[in-house]
Design a protein around this ligand. Structure first.
Ligand SMILES: Cc1cc2nc3c(=O)[nH]c(=O)nc-3n(C[C@H](O)[C@H](O)[C@H](O)COP(=O)(O)OP(=O)(O)OC[C@H]3O[C@@H](n4cnc5c(N)ncnc54)[C@H](O)[C@@H]3O)c2cc1C
Length: 681
């Protein structure tokens, strides 16, 4: 591959595609004078000679978007028609209509004026070549560029089970009626007075004159709308509502509605735009306005030379809106017929201004609560349940229920509460805690030794460490704190970056895990001191002098702060679940606080990571874990009886249990670290 392009082949900016996303980007870059003196070219495989879409959006008269595109906005509807012929004014934010052909011609004309060449070829690949990029095309031409704006359609992916993908498919007629039946100021967004066919289906009407309009049948659902069915339904609707008519043109289209987020470009000089940059709102299919805002943000950054991580730039969003989108898509995917009642309630109870603000993600939480309060409850509860299941959140619900049960029992009878807490921890360990460590034999990629040798080596490490506890308890305890901190932190960070193939820093892993452990230990000051004094009286003196109680509180607070910050800086979101477990743990006895963290957070997450990394279904993984789980229980029982009478005289059950856990954890920690490194980096 040549890396010395000729002057003709090299461009400062190369636009791949000249649809909505890149046209808006190009206009915005010109407006901000980013293209002055630069070499610019466009690769667009289509002639762009057809009016294949309509671009509609609501906007204030004074918005930059309206100002910038005034020349090609054909219509501005100032009223919306609601069920039963009710009209509502949207004068504050008219609904603007742009014919796609007008937009294409407008941009093409500007390209001509600016003398930006347009290559009518299709891009095939982008390859880094030193500090620039080479693009290969379906023609012999190879072009090179410093910066590329890539608006090719999103790459189809094999979607994860929890992702939703449905279609917003539509078929419409541009009609001319005999009678003057339309008002050119009024459009209809969602008329549900049509057959639903077990989907969410509605009619969308954009008048162009008193006798002309675009009348479209839209379906939200997994299956796209069938043309013959759409023609028949449209015909019935038009005849019933507007009388006899003539078809001038038709429009067919499909907008994917998905929770799936395309990954950003991996090359620094390649910036995704349009649908490829996830700018289409999943629950509505509207994206034009977002693309404009995105183009403005990117061009301002380029104008002010803020180029760092530009290819990773995302429009700031509030995560709760992604959550709402997801709930709605779950409903439309699993119970599509429910859409009619949801949207009808929305339009019945809310002002259009509120709905527009909500769809623009500009409402406040109180407003959103009011909106949801007027929507049918059952489908949202069902969607919430599925969401919680998909996101593995039901465990936290169980955790809260168990905590409340413990606290209630404790208020009645402390003895029964103690039995309950131990029974809960033992059950959790049997079903999750131990099994997550009982598939270690599957983790080695280079299986040079036989299973028997592996087990012998594994048990030898456990045994040597156990002997170490006997002779050097303080050192063994310190080792345990070090490696378990690293192990817990590593699993947390892997979970928080969604198991993306990103390296996590060992220091961050250690610090996060260490602070988690300190939070649990110091928020149960006396109980921890008691257990540690059985293991290592020396370290007890050091860690738990009585006057340090005050500092312990500080350490707990600092730990919580660190954990929140670690999560915040890593992914831009707080590790709420982790904080919930640690805070809830402060109300519970030590065995529950640690047990709940270990079972519901650490082991549960690791179990999911193992399923993903080993590509084994939960049932299969359980079967693989079963013999070793039973083996670990056997070792535990032998260990307990051996030590109950041994010279160690560790009469304290929790201390014994702690040592047992530490011993079987050492080889597990090493293997899990290698597993994360080999499969997720
Ligand atoms: C029928 C329809 C109607 C819509 N109406 C609205 C609406 O009213 N309001 C709204 O907000 N959103 C609407 N959307 C959603 C969204 O705004 C549009 O899909 C928008 O066009 C997406 O912009 P884009 O740049 O990502 O893709 P496009 O506009 O499709 O542009 C991509 C361009 O890349 C070119 N291309 C693709 N592959 C290659 C290649 N390999 N080499 C070179 N060129 C290539 C294509 O020819 C195309 O011109 C609509 C979508 C559809 C499908």
């Amino acid at each position: 591959m040549s890396t010395n392009p000729s002057q003709d082949q090299f461009f400062d900016y190369l636009f791949i595609g000249l649809g909505a996303g890149n046209s808006l980007m190009l206009l915005s870059l010109l407006k901000n004078q980013c293209l002055t003196g630069k070499k610019v070219a466009i690769i667009e495989s289509d002639e762009k000679k057809l009016n294949d879409k309509t671009y509609c959006f609501w906007a204030h008269e004074t918005d930059d978007l309206v100002e910038d595109l005034k020349a090609i906005i054909s219509y501005q509807y100032t009223h919306i028609e609601l069920p039963k012929g009710r009209l509502q004014s949207i004068q504050h934010q008219p609904y603007c209509y742009i014919r796609s052909i007008d937009f294409y011609n407008y941009t093409l004309q500007i390209c001509e004026q600016e003398q930006f060449p347009i290559y009518r070829i299709a891009l095939e690949g982008i390859y880094p070549a030193n500090d620039i990029y080479q693009v290969s095309t379906n023609a012999a031409t190879s072009l090179y560029a410093q910066t590329i704006f890539d608006s090719r359609p999103p790459i189809p992916q094999q979607l994860d089970k929890k992702e939703i993908f449905i279609n917003q498919s539509f078929y419409g007629y541009h009609i001319k009626t005999e009678q003057a039946v339309f008002d050119t100021h009024v459009f209809e967004m969602m008329n549900f007075d049509v057959d639903q066919a077990a989907y969410t289906q509605f009619i969308y009407v954009l008048p162009f004159s008193t006798t002309e309009a675009l009348v479209e049948l839209t379906r939200f659902g997994k299956e796209k709308i069938n043309m013959d069915y759409a023609r028949k339904t449209l015909d019935e609707h038009i005849l019933k509502n507007y009388g006899t008519y003539q078809i001038i043109a038709d429009e067919v289209g499909n907008i994917p509605m998905t929770t799936y987020q395309q990954a950003s470009a991996t090359h620094k000089g390649v910036i995704h735009t349009g649908a490829r940059a996830n700018l289409i709102k999943p629950s509505t299919g509207y994206g034009f306005k977002n693309m404009y805002v995105f183009a403005q943000a990117i061009s301002k950054k380029i104008a002010t030379n803020q180029l760092k991580e530009l290819h990773q730039f995302k429009l700031p969003t509030k995560s709760r809106f992604q959550f709402y989108d997801r709930l709605l898509l779950i409903i439309l995917n699993f119970w599509p017929h429910q859409g009619k009642s949801i949207f009808s309630s929305l339009f019945k109870h809310q002002k259009i201004k509120t709905i527009f603000d909500f769809l623009d993600e500009k409402t406040k939480l109180q407003q959103e609560i009011k909106i949801f309060a007027t929507l049918p409850l059952v489908p949202f509860l069902k969607a919430l349940y599925l969401y919680a299941k998909q996101e593995h959140l039901l465990r936290y619900l169980l955790l809260i229920v168990l905590s409340i049960t413990y606290l209630s029992l404790n208020a009645i009878d402390a003895h029964i509460a103690a039995i309950f807490s131990y029974a809960t921890v033992i059950a959790g360990l049997l079903f999750l805690g131990i099994p997550h460590g009982a598939v270690d034999h599957l983790l080695l990629i280079n299986k040079k030794s036989s299973l028997l040798i592996f087990i012998l080596k594994y048990l030898s490490i456990v045994f040597v460490y156990f002997v170490g506890w006997h002779f050097f308890p303080t050192l063994s305890l310190c080792c345990f704190l070090l490696f378990s901190s690293f192990h817990f932190g590593e699993a947390e960070l892997k979970e928080s970056n969604n198991m993306n193939h990103l390296a996590v820093s060992p220091l961050s892993s250690f610090l996060l895990g260490f602070f988690i452990l300190l939070t649990i230990i110091f928020s149960h000051y006396s109980a921890s001191a008691q257990i540690i004094s059985f293991i290592s009286p020396g370290i007890k003196q050091f860690l738990f002098p009585l006057y340090w109680k005050f500092f312990a509180l500080l350490i707990v607070l600092a730990s919580c702060l660190y954990i929140s910050m670690a999560g915040y800086f890593k992914e831009g979101k707080l590790p709420i679940a982790l904080l919930l477990i640690l805070c809830l743990g402060m109300l519970l006895p030590l065995e529950l606080a640690f047990g709940f963290y270990f079972i519901f957070q650490h082991s549960y997450n690791a179990w999911q990571h193992l399923q993903l990394g080993l590509a084994i279904q939960p049932k299969g993984l359980y079967m693989q874990a079963l013999p070793y789980t039973l083996g670990a229980i056997l070792v535990g029982v032998v260990f307990y009886f051996f030590n109950a009478t041994s010279i160690l005289q560790l009469s304290h059950y929790a201390g014994l249990f702690f040592i047992f856990l530490a011993c079987i954890s050492l080889p597990h920690f090493v293997l899990m670290h290698l597993f994360y490194k080999q499969r997720f980096q």
